[in-house]
Design a protein around this ligand. Structure first.
Ligand code: K7E
Ligand code: CUA
Length: 653
């Protein structure tokens, strides 16, 4: 990695790359390179000295690896993307809420359908999700590289991904909410995964007209208890809390001195119900009328205690819920005024301050955790909201405000008390000092930035070298590929005195909202499954899994069990003969242990494609309801005789 330390000119000179002067000093290729030098290549391609510097900072040659992994939400794709930094190479799209055929996610393997079936809502199969906020598991407020969580805003759900095999292990649904948004965020030791609602609805899932909005509609926050040993959310030990029918937005968990507390923004404290065709102000006006909205300040440790006490919770749709009244009586919930239609709330790495951005206010507002605590102790309230929640005195908890520019949304942190805030309307990143509460510089980005993600940015010690701007529009940055433009991830070098844009990465599979960036060496991903017959559902070897030499077909009545193995370059058995109407179960193990020796298993016209990674076992279950001849074959080009890795399913009439 090239680090700043001197001016750009000096660095380029050091590289022998002062364009047109010294680039020839980098003459490449030695004897075999054909004679071109870097200077003439750069000139021929119209690259400036800055371009060459950016290229050198991001280029990762073959055989070398990236320093960081970015886990990005896949937006409407319902998936998660894994991207290397600084190269910005896409490494994988992890199937989460949506089938992903290459990984065999939801395309025939029973184990994957079981996870997706956990995510059914209202009796419906859901084939998409709107992923917003990935959260890496933390130990002592530092990413530990074990798990990733992500929410589905559209169908309020949370998924758990195990970072050993990068597969989704669990989906939990939240019937209380109409949509979620303030999630996922984890507490400093991943005790809980926080999910906040967005658009208020009746929590009981019943009908209530909009005239009953104030009485019947509510927001909620759910604290999903994470059982790290099992790698699963423990639903029985999870609980929710009722919130007023404002629209909750982003949230964050306290750390350090603020550990034990959670913070959730709200907008629409006006409780506007829209109705532009009924002569009412549209939501965009009705929900933006107030100068101040209210941030939820929640003592989650106390809430977890209260949730276990008899008589202090109610059961709604099978969920344990702390009613709003109880939350107020127990001193679990407070409000802080925050200007104007806030979006992001971000706790500083040391946990002493909170940064809030109001979409319609050019400032970021910084709150002091020490002052918030004192105001709570002193009952320094400026009033109560319509639901009896005490509102802390704004002036008592304010640390300061910094004017940054138009449309501030989200803040990330570097090292040395430096903060970076996205400016949506301005299409810029503002770098500012938390210490001096001053704007330092702005960098234009392309275009309409939403979130920012910084290396190790949500930990107690951000690395302060890379920042990614997650831009909503790309307008003129890429070759037109039709009216639907890719989104644009822009990599920014924040290691030097000035921010430098390094790389544009088009994202063409959905709108990424948020991402987290972890040091690559913290991830201990498996290169093969650690045993033959390994079931990713239980993360252990299944003793009943097919093994080499034990392949067979067993028939009991009209149930046919096939015990199959896959190895370069054949399936055993190669013939499966059944009768029409038989219930067929194919158990199949990839008995290879060689790195990357993955086999696919597709059955023609049966909507089946598995990805059998080395050691993995999976199950396919179907009724042979049509007589005929159906080839099955391996869909991964695994060997020279890959095309021969095939067989016949023969269904007799
Ligand atoms: Cu700003 Cu869902 Cu975090 Cu999109 S959200 S930008
Ligand atoms: Cu196995 Cu192709």
């Amino acid at each position: 990695m090239i680090h700043h330390g001197s001016g750009r000119g000096a660095r380029l000179a050091a590289l022998g790359a002062g364009l047109g002067l010294a680039l020839s000093g980098l003459a490449c290729g030695g004897t075999a390179g054909g004679g071109a030098d870097v200077s003439s290549i750069a000139q021929a391609r119209g690259l400036s000295a800055t371009d060459v510097e950016a290229a050198v900072k991001t280029y990762v040659p073959t055989g070398k690896m990236d320093d960081y992994l970015m886990f990005a939400s896949g937006g409407q794709s319902g998936q998660v993307e894994i991207i290397g930094i600084p190269s910005m190479r896409l490494l994988k799209v992890v199937g989460v809420f949506t089938p992903e055929p290459w990984q065999g996610w939801g395309t025939g393997a029973e184990e994957t359908h079981q996870v997706l079936a956990e995510g059914r809502m209202e009796g419906r199969d859901l084939t998409w999700g709107d992923t917003h906020h990935p959260a890496l598991s933390e130990t002592d407020a530092d990413y530990d590289g074990q798990y990733l969580f992500i929410n589905d805003k559209a169908n309020p759900r949370v998924a758990v991904i195990d970072l050993r095999d990068m597969e989704t292990k669990q989906i939990v649904t939240d019937p209380l909410m109409g949509a979620n948004h303030g999630g996922t965020f984890v507490t400093p030791n991943t005790e809980y995964v926080i999910e906040g609602s967005q658009y208020a609805v009746p929590l009981d899932g019943q009908y209530a007209s909009l005239d009953q909005y104030r009485e019947r509609y509510r927001g909620a926050v759910t604290f999903w208890k994470f059982d790290r040993d099992r790698g699963r959310i423990d639903q029985a030990r999870s609980f929710s809390m009722e919130l007023p029918p404002y629209w909750q937005d982003l949230s964050d968990a306290g750390k350090g001195p603020s550990a034990g507390w959670a913070f959730i923004n709200t907008f629409n404290t006006e409780m506007a119900t829209g109705g532009d065709m009924e002569g009412q102000p549209p939501f965009e006006a009705g929900a933006s009328a107030n100068d101040m909205d209210l941030m939820n300040v929640i003592d989650w440790r106390k809430a977890a205690q209260v949730a276990t006490e008899p008589g202090k919770t109610v059961t709604i749709q099978g969920r344990r819920v702390i009613p709003l009244k109880t939350a107020v009586a127990e001193g679990i919930l407070y409000f802080i005024p925050e200007p104007k239609s806030p979006h992001g709330v971000d706790v500083t790495p040391d946990g002493t301050r909170l940064v809030v951005s109001g979409k319609l206010d050019p400032h970021v507002t910084v709150y002091s955790w020490a002052k918030i605590q004192k105001a709570i102790q002193d009952q320094d309230f400026s009033g109560k909201d319509a639901y009896g929640v005490p509102i802390l005195n704004f002036d008592s908890v304010l640390d300061g405000q910094v004017e940054l520019g138009l449309g501030p949304l989200h803040t990330q942190f570097g090292s040395n008390d430096i903060a970076y805030t996205s400016l949506f309307i301005e299409s810029a990143v503002a770098k500012w000092s938390l210490k001096d509460m001053k704007l330092i510089e702005k960098l234009p980005v392309h275009y309409n930035v939403g979130h920012l993600a910084a290396a190790e940015g949500d930990t107690k010690s951000p690395d302060g070298n890379y920042l990614v701007s997650l831009n909503k529009w790309s307008i003129d940055r890429f070759q037109p590929v039709g009216p639907l433009h890719p989104q644009n991830f822009q990599l920014i070098d924040i290691g030097g005195p000035h921010m430098d844009r390094l790389y544009d990465m088009p994202i063409g599979i959905g709108e990424p909202h948020y991402a987290q960036i972890i040091k690559a060496d913290k991830i201990k991903a498996w290169t093969t499954y650690p045993g033959v017959g390994f079931d990713p559902g239980t993360m252990s070897v299944d003793s009943a899994a097919p093994q080499a030499g034990k392949e067979r077909i067993e028939r009991k009545g009209n149930e046919v069990d096939v015990y199959m193995t896959a190895i370069r370059s054949h399936f055993t058995p190669e013939h499966i003969v059944v009768n029409r109407g038989d219930h067929v179960v194919i158990h199949i193990t990839n008995i290879e242990q060689a790195r990357d020796a993955t086999h696919g298993f597709a059955i023609d016209k049966h909507n089946v494609n598995l990805s059998l990674e080395p050691g993995e076992t999976q199950t396919v279950r179907f009724v042979a309801d049509r007589a005929g001849v159906f080839p099955y074959y391996c869909t991964e080009f695994c060997s020279a005789l890959h095309l021969e890795m095939a067989g016949y399913l023969l269904v007799r009439p």
